[in-house]
Design a protein around this ligand. Structure first.
Ligand code: UDP
Length: 330
């Protein structure tokens, strides 16, 4: 039997590397396409083929798609920081939309039948007290969110006109690390809450700054829905299978919100150390509360998070970070 072969753009990054590992673990072939601008060669799981190239390099992209008949493309490669996008809006829009459109167009021309897009909760700029489902209005609060909204729309038309089947997965806060300890989170610079709090606990940074303490939440700090990266990878496999029945859009989170102070307390519990905290100003563009309603993917694919507890997510992140003081270069 011919094994399925998948193209994973951004497969040297945090979520992409975990998905590549999950595909390889079930015996599929994987080609990772990554320019290594933020990803790491060492994050590409053994067994995957790595093409080091920029998505904007259309000749390189053409060559890859012409040489192999892929069963699906998973598109992770993108600029992904909300705050950064508020500083460089046009760079974000041009890079993410330009590269994404080039990839979708190439998939259509090379008759790739299925496409899985990493999208984001940053589509939802309007404050919401309850869990956010797929019907919530798409009103991005940042150019980053806007760039993903544009690609969601492009996929709609690629599906209607050309028959490309797409799964759009809107992640809330990806966190944790591979429970086996092979893969983890290594952003340069790191801006995400959980790894930064762990570094503060380990004494690798002087403190954690809490961005805003006057939000309309029970303890005044922002609430987010932290989802384990391995559960995200599993959701990709299930969404891919569901494409047999047609295109889908899923919001992906645990469905439980945790405040910044709760995350800090979880790190203290897991690590058995105190975290030095500094209360600071709000960060531009942060909504008070983002929690997912993931009923649709649960109902349609049977997906359920296996590592839903915040302490488990933190424990896996801690294990990887403690063992890799220099990240993937260590
Ligand atoms: N945050 C914080 N201090 C930090 C980094 C993040 O208080 O040094 C807060 C941030 O304001 C947000 C939450 O932690 O409310 C999660 O931020 P992160 O950057 O991890 O993810 P985002 O929600 O922006 O995707």
């Amino acid at each position: 039997m011919i094994r399925p072969h998948y193209l994973v753009t951004g497969g040297a990054g945090f979520v992409g590397s975990h998905l590549a590992a999950a595909l390889l673990a079930r015996g599929d072939d994987v080609t990772v396409y990554d320019d290594l601008s933020t990803g790491h060669r060492a994050a590409v799981p053994p067994g995957a083929r790595l093409v080091v190239a920029d998505l904007a390099d259309t000749a390189a992209l053409e060559a890859v798609l012409a040489a192999t008949r892929f069963d699906a493309v998973f598109h992770f490669a993108a600029l992904s920081l909300v705050g950064d996008s508020m500083q460089h809006p046009l760079h974000y829009l041009r890079t993410n939309i330009g590269n994404g459109l080039a990839l979708i167009d190439a998939c259509v021309r090379h008759r790739v039948p299925r496409f899985v897009l990493s999208s984001t909760a940053a589509l939802f700029g309007r404050p919401s007290d309850g869990p956010i489902d797929e019907e919530a209005p798409v009103e991005p609060g940042s150019p980053y969110g806007e760039s993903k909204a544009a690609l969601e729309r492009a996929l709609l038309w690629a599906g209607r006109v050309h028959g490309l089947r797409a799964a759009v997965l809107r992640y809330f806060n990806a966190a944790g690390a591979d429970p086996d300890g092979h893969l983890g989170e290594d952003h340069r610079p790191e801006t995400h809450l959980i790894p930064l709090v762990i570094d503060a606990a380990l004494g690798r940074r002087p403190e954690i700054a809490v961005f805003g303490t006057d939000y309309p939440t029970p303890d005044g700090t922002c609430i987010r829905d932290y989802i384990h990266v391995s559960d995200l990878a599993d959701a990709h496999l299930r969404a891919l299978a569901r494409l047999d029945l047609g295109s889908v859009t899923y919001n992906l989170g645990n469905g439980a919100g945790h405040s910044v102070l709760e995350v800090i307390r979880a790190v203290e519990r897991v690590g058995g150390r105190q975290v030095p905290v500094r209360l600071a100003e709000r960060r531009l563009g942060d909504p008070a509360r983002l929690v997912a309603a993931s009923d649709r993917i649960r109902g349609e694919t049977g997906w359920a998070p296996r590592h839903a507890a915040l302490d488990t997510i933190v424990a896996h992140a801690w294990a990887w970070r403690a063992a890799h003081p220099l990240g993937y270069t260590g």
